[in-house]
Design a binder for this molecule. Structure first.
Ligand SMILES: Nc1nc2c(ncn2[C@@H]2O[C@H](COP(=O)(O)OP(=O)(O)OP(=O)(O)O)[C@@H](O)[C@H]2O)c(=O)[nH]1
Ligand SMILES: [Mg+2]
Length: 330
């Protein structure tokens, strides 16, 4: 994760530190010359200050930021998020007095703070389910092949581990082998799954799973749906019907981290069509850039709940702001 971004960012911070140092040296020399010329006592204080402190001027900042911006764009961070960082960092850094020996640390600190206010904090799903009325219904959707079904299995395992009982709804009645795929997970995890035949109404499957949960006092229903392109109107209508019938407590949008800004466009389209509550970003383990996780929350105003980090059931990480930020500067 952040393979390119991390290395280049570290180089850029060092380079900016040198530039600021150079500017400070030049300023110091200028003042020393002035002092020699004028021999004014008051200037001594000024020199002392410049020896230990330096100011980041607008020019140095903009130069730094334009390179930083390039890095972020290259690594799939969305423009809206970059604009936010620009404004925030400009306010924070331009004209700020920084200890000369600690320029890199000061820049890093400001970057971390700016990133921290950019990233949305997720809520605790386990707590949310435990304090809600039973059954807590979650529907998963997204485009084809992003990892919805595997994410459902991962979350089912996590819930089970936390003593939350689960039933799965095989509401992808469209794609060949989709029902068997979910069934395999249901068997492996020993979790009940409700299914109909292929071609059946996905909303009816969801309805039956909820009925089953109510009858058996099951805590949570996880509804798998067919992958659909957000541009396909009839499939989006079907999605709306599933939501209307199942009245989910939570609508999770699943997207691949690797597709970068496309994931954001998809999230916006699904949000407009059915409304999304939060996001799971999958395939984070194979995304060398990682920028989507920096900006998708800010742009869509929906928190990332989990990151998918591999193909086994335990490869699901709760989204953690601090971890993400620290990974950028480690
Ligand atoms: N490396 C990696 N692979 C993943 C991750 N999540 C899912 N996959 C893989 O992505 C592929 C598609 O996963 P599915 O769960 O079938 O995706 P889906 O969204 O349900 O697909 P459709 O039902 O066809 O729309 C599978 O090979 C998964 O093993 C992840 O976090 N990391
Ligand atoms: Mg699937």
């Amino acid at each position: 994760m952040f393979r390119f971004l991390k290395e280049k960012l570290s180089k850029l911070l060092k380079k900016t530190e040198k530039e600021i140092e150079k500017a400070a040296e030049a300023e110091k020399e200028k003042i020393e010359k002035e002092r020699e010329k004028e021999r004014k006592v008051g200037v001594i204080g000024k020199i002392k200050k410049i020896i230990t402190l330096t100011k980041l001027n607008e020019e140095v900042f903009e130069k730094f930021f334009s390179e930083f911006e390039e890095l972020l764009i290259e690594n799939n961070v969305a423009i809206e998020a970059i604009d936010f960082l620009h404004e925030k960092l400009r306010k924070e850094l331009v004209g700020k007095e920084i200890e000369r020996k600690k320029v890199k640390e000061a820049l890093e600190r400001s970057l971390k703070e700016a990133l921290s206010s950019l990233l949305l904090e997720p809520f605790d799903l386990i707590e949310e389910i435990k304090r809600s009325e039973k059954p807590y219904v979650i529907v998963f959707f997204g485009i084809n092949g992003v990892g919805k079904t595997l994410t459902i299995a991962k979350i089912a395992k996590l819930l089970k581990k936390n003593k939350i009982t689960v039933v799965l709804a095989a509401s992808d009645t469209f794609r060949a082998a989709a029902i068997e795929q979910l069934e395999k997970h249901s068997n492996a995890l020993n979790i009940k799954m409700i299914k109909h035949k292929y071609g059946a109404d996905p909303a009816a499957v969801a309805f039956d799973a909820i009925k089953h949960a109510k009858a058996r006092n099951i805590d949570c229903v996880l509804i798998d749906t067919a992958g659909r392109m957000h541009t396909k109107k009839d499939l989006m209508e079907e999605m709306k019907k599933i939501c209307k019938v199942s009245k989910p407590n939570l609508k999770i949008f699943v997207a691949e981290s690797v597709v970068g800004n496309d994931a954001i466009e998809q999230a916006k389209a699904f949000d407009e069509a059915v409304g999304i509550d939060c996001i799971v970003l999958t395939k984070f383990d194979v995304d060398e850039k990682g920028g989507a996780c920096i900006s998708i929350g800010y742009v869509t105003n929906k928190p990332i709940l989990f990151l998918g980090t591999g193909q086994s059931y335990d490869d699901l990480k709760p989204f953690n702001k601090e971890e993400i930020i620290n990974a950028l500067f480690s």
